[in-house]
Design a protein around this ligand. Sequence first.
Ligand SMILES: [Ca+2]
Ligand SMILES: [Ca+2]
Ligand SMILES: [Ca+2]
Length: 197
Amino acid sequence: MSMTRPLATLGALCLLGTVCAGAQAATEDLALDNATFVTAQNVDPFALDISGNFEIINVFGVRGAVFGGLLVDDDLPDFYRFTVGPNMRVTLSVSTPEGPLLGNDPLIGLFDIDGELLAVNDDGGAGYDASFSYDLLVAGTYFAAIAGYPDFDFIGDSTSTDYLYQLTIEAAPVPLPPAFALLGTACAVLAARRRRT
Ligand SMILES: [Ca+2]
Ligand SMILES: [Ca+2]
Ligand SMILES: [Ca+2]
């Protein structure tokens, strides 16, 4: 691996978007074999919010070869590691610049620290892009994985390749169920009445 390739990779992947200078942006490290959860690339953000949880992570990556071979990776899944606090609703999305036009068809999987597949999505986003939300009640390390249709097991048997992608990982506290929200309102009203009497 030459020393110039990561820089060329970074520059080319930044063509995908305009947020590479942002604190929450990362690019796929093509010098790293991130094809399994064991060798996943860490994309934990540089900054956390006041609750100690990140809000959004953008990862720019590539499947196969693009730009006439300027950027080359394999056709295997890409695994990215991140951590969250307890009771967080994580939304994973992948977008491909020319997905609907060229039939690029990515999948996203969410894995736990043991490599168990918790959820997978195919076409929940625009075109053939994927997007879904999942509630993670237990704080810890998780993995987002990008593969191509129909590699639902994330073992690398997809021919949907040769495209750039943007993976977005968002995390927000799990909303309270409506019943709990009503209960909270009722308690607040009772407390206010007690203070007046
Ligand atoms: Ca890749
Ligand atoms: Ca890779
Ligand atoms: Ca898809």
